[in-house]
Design a protein around this ligand. Structure first.
Ligand code: ZN
Length: 206
């Protein structure tokens, strides 16, 4: 499940006066859906058009469909490396209260998310992309029950207009599709960490 971040009245970053993050993320998501589908991977978009969706709406869509991977796409004007994020869960999530489960929904899949992050990053590096792996309390990752990552991409050089170019979008999409397909065909567990409960339930056959 691919989530083009932002949309509707929320434009995301204004990359230049005519290029908005919400449009770039949707364009790349549409390319990626096509590239994944052509590899036999069933793919859905969280938003098809310029829809207004809250981060809770996005998490709810993922939790309803239970995809193998929830991928949130962001774009920025920062040149260079792709940034791949998995969730950083706040320490307070186990404090109880009516919202504790929603705030910590990612806990059961965090090991799977980190494994996906590592393997997709490695595959992207193999195809020539510089990649940085990060953790962040980035909504809606914390609220998603399945393996969930976010990828933020920037232009390959200081010209932000490249983000709007079909050539750039297509090459990024193909690299992402290849990396996701490689992970799906050979999912591995993240570095052993016996204290992480639920790791065995996230679909990693190893
Ligand atoms: Zn964004």
């Amino acid at each position: 499940m691919i989530d083009p971040a932002h949309g509707g009245i929320e434009s995301g970053a204004v990359l230049n006066p005519t290029i908005l993050e919400k449009d770039v993320t949707l364009a790349v998501a549409e390319h990626l859906r096509q590239d994944l589908t052509s590899r036999g991977i069933v793919t859905a978009l969280v938003r098809e058009g310029d829809a207004n969706l809250s981060t809770d709406d996005r998490a709810a869509a993922a939790n309803l469909e239970r995809p193998s991977l929830y991928l949130s796409l962001h774009a920025s004007s920062e040149v260079g490396a792709l940034r791949i994020f998995s969730a950083s869960l706040p320490d307070t999530v186990n404090g109880g209260g009516p919202f504790a489960q929603w705030e910590s929904a990612q806990t059961q899949s965090l090991a799977g998310s980190r494994a996906a992050e590592q393997q997709i990053a490695a595959a992207l590096q193999t195809s020539g992309f510089a990649v940085r792996q990060l953790t962040a309390p980035l909504r809606p990752l914390n609220n998603v029950m399945v393996p969930a990552i976010a990828i933020e991409f920037g232009p390959p050089s200081a010209n932000v207009v490249q983000l709007d170019s079909p050539e750039f979008q297509r090459s990024l999409s193909i690299a992402l599709a290849n990396s996701i397909a490689a992970w799906l065909s050979h999912p591995q567990t993240a570095a052993p960490n016996p204290s992480v409960g639920g790791a065995a339930t996230t679909g990693a056959p190893h």
